[in-house]
Design a protein. Structure first.
Length: 249
């Protein structure tokens, strides 16, 4: 599963995709999918630089069955986590309802989870329904930053998700002050970014401005193979639930 390590390059026509193991091995890492979200929660809960765990990836608050969710761990030679990222799926008739009811963030008991959100999604947005992929919780250890590992982890988790699930869309919901960052738009490469919510957000107990990022399956496939659409690039954002860059969702 992978790409060349820590360098930008054009993919030659017909060139076979590089395996994820190539860059992982070059960095001295072993990349493996994991099913135990308790380990993911415990790691991010105490990891240096982490701001906590999105309840969407916390088994105390959300249903994270092995057939609908996983996370990737990149472990160093001592078995310690050097980077991680999570992925889960939702089946829905409309993503608006998932967000409005906050079930996209927390399906079970959350301390501040109550009521519904008044959304500001644009009316011309397409109906996003079916099987949705939802990545989040990207974290990279300080001594492994600056070498492209964030991009590798994103591509790896998306490739794994496409191999596991017949995804219709990929979505993420993030704080807008993060999604406004050009560098994160380029990194996450979502197809579209639209305003989603502006008001008091119960899970953080403060006024937040949030955006929805979404990509069609076709764009997602182009993104993981390195054949991005011209001018593409929305963003997936960052949040307090994970560390730079990590995102709600």
């Amino acid at each position: 599963m992978g790409t060349a390590v820590a360098r930008e390059e054009q993919r030659a026509p017909g060139r076979e995709e590089e395996r994820e193991e190539e860059w992982a091995e070059a960095l001295g890492l072993a990349l493996t999918p994991q099913a135990d979200f308790a380990e993911f929660r415990d790691h991010l809960g105490g990891a240096p630089g982490s701001d906590g765990v999105n309840p969407a990836f916390d088994p105390r608050h959300s249903s994270l069955s092995p057939d609908a969710s996983f996370w990737l761990a990149a472990r160093d030679r001592d078995g310690r986590i050097a980077a991680c990222i999570a992925y889960r799926t939702f089946r829905t008739s409309d993503v608006r309802e998932l967000i409005r009811t906050m079930r996209i963030f927390c399906e079970g008991s959350c301390d501040q989870h109550s009521g519904t959100l008044d959304l500001v999604l644009p009316g011309e947005m397409p109906r996003i329904a079916g099987l949705l992929g939802f990545p989040g919780g990207l974290w990279v250890r300080a001594d492994f930053r600056g070498n492209g590992l964030s991009e590798h982890m994103l591509r790896a988790v998306r490739k794994e998700a496409l191999a596991r699930y017949p995804l219709d869309w990929e979505v993420a919901v993030s704080f807008k002050k993060i999604t406004d960052s050009p560098s994160l738009r380029s990194l996450y490469d979502f197809e579209h970014v639209v305003p989603c919510f502006d008001g008091f957000f119960p899970l953080t107990r403060r006024v937040e401005r949030m955006a929805l990022q979404y990509s069609s399956r076709g764009h997602l496939v182009r993104s993981v193979t390195g054949r991005r659409a011209p001018g593409g690039g929305g963003t997936a954002g960052g949040s307090r639930w994970g560390n730079p860059p990590s995102h709600v969702g």
